[in-house]
Design a protein. Structure first.
Length: 362
């Protein structure tokens, strides 16, 4: 069973620049070139800034464990296996997803500029953090961006009692004339496993709609949930979408799918072997970017200006809350779980990284 902790006990406010420098120092000490270490750090801290802490610095100890055990490599360059013009298949060679993913989406954007659409399928990959970052990379280049990944099986089929498919995240980002993207980022489970791990580390219970215990019974105990199964978002619909993402990532690329994708938090010496898909669509070659931005901005305005339910003051686009939170936390400091900070500092000690001074604000 877990014990409840107060917000004051479990959260700490830190400078985003200090957090990036600390994470960068850890990966430099772990054997990465300084530029690559900084890229990993920026990607992880961005997730915390946007309030997606399950994909932020809490991952660093696990990444370091896997690096030390050999379950993830220090390879950075994608190996192109097949090039069909608008579509590529590439091998990440077990390298960090925060290094392979920007390359893959960069290729997709470049191909979209030539053909109107660019698709890059990546096999032998490793966890890439928040999918939204890679979809937004395309949106910032004026394309519709889509990024997805498969994960180790975490969810049963409807009515089943066996982990069969991952919660397989999907992100779609859309550019508008205002510059702020419409960004959908979702896992196909009711919540990401990382949120359950955060609840466990914070001593909090979870809703019984999030997961089951190992026997398939709904549970409010996050420690039991980690050992059990996640429940799909929207029941059979979430399961079906997750299954199709397994097809579009692992099956299509020739990479891992189903239980060929290994757990991140167990067997650290074995490759994760997940697979990714990156898709960029260039509106310039499909009717013109200016007209597309005007129309997508009109859609955004329609959502923001639509009628609100009683007691609701404002409506948000997908990704808008996260963007506003990130802007606020860049100015005022980022709130992270104290357990996440403790894990980060332990990882720094484990690799002999020098941690900068003066990061904590409270």
């Amino acid at each position: 069973m877990t014990t409840q902790a107060s917000d004051a006990d479990r959260r700490v406010l830190v400078r985003p620049s200090w957090l990036e420098a600390t994470v960068s120092a850890i990966f430099s000490a772990a054997g990465f070139e300084p530029g690559d270490a900084a890229s990993i750090a920026v990607a992880l801290v961005e997730a915390d800034l946007r309030g997606v802490s399950s994909h932020g610095i809490m991952l660093v100890p696990m990444y370091v464990d896997r690096l030390n055990a050999g379950g993830v490599t220090r390879e950075r360059e994608l190996d192109v296996i097949s090039d069909a013009g608008a579509a590529l298949i590439a091998d990440a060679r077990g390298g960090m997803g925060q290094l392979s993913s920007p390359q893959a989406m960069g290729q997709a954007i470049e191909r979209a500029g030539r053909y109107g659409i660019g698709l890059v399928s990546v096999r032998n990959a490793h966890h890439f953090g928040a999918a939204s970052r890679w979809a937004m990379q395309a949106a910032q280049a004026g394309c519709i961006g889509i990024a997805m990944s498969n994960t180790t099986p975490l969810m049963p089929a409807p009515g089943g009692a066996e982990r069969l498919v991952g919660n397989n995240p999907l992100a779609i980002a859309v550019p508008t004339s205002a510059g702020a993207e419409i960004v959908l980022d979702m896992a196909l489970s009711a919540v990401a496993l990382g949120k359950i791990r955060l609840a466990a580390s914070a001593g909090e219970q979870i809703p019984d709609t999030w997961a089951t215990d190992p026997d398939g019974r709904p549970t409010t105990d996050p420690e039991e949930a980690v050992l059990g199964m996640l429940l799909p978002a929207a029941g059979h619909k979430g399961f079906g979408l997750a299954l199709m993402i397994d097809v579009l990532t692992g099956v299509l690329s020739g990479g891992g799918w189903g239980d060929q994708v290994r757990p991140l938090y167990r067997e650290p010496g074995r490759p994760n072997d997940c697979a990714h898909l990156f898709l960029a669509i260039d509106p310039e070659l499909l009717g013109g970017i200016d007209d597309f931005r005007r129309r997508s901005s009109g859609l955004a305005a329609r959502v923001r200006g639509s009628a609100t339910a009683p007691g609701v003051e404002r409506l948000y686009l997908p990704g808008e809350i996260e963007a506003e939170r990130a802007a606020h936390q860049r100015r005022n400091g980022v709130l992270i779980e104290r357990s996440g900070l403790d894990g980060l500092l332990a990882a720094a000690r484990a690799v002999g990284a020098v941690v900068p001074a003066g990061g904590v604000l409270n």
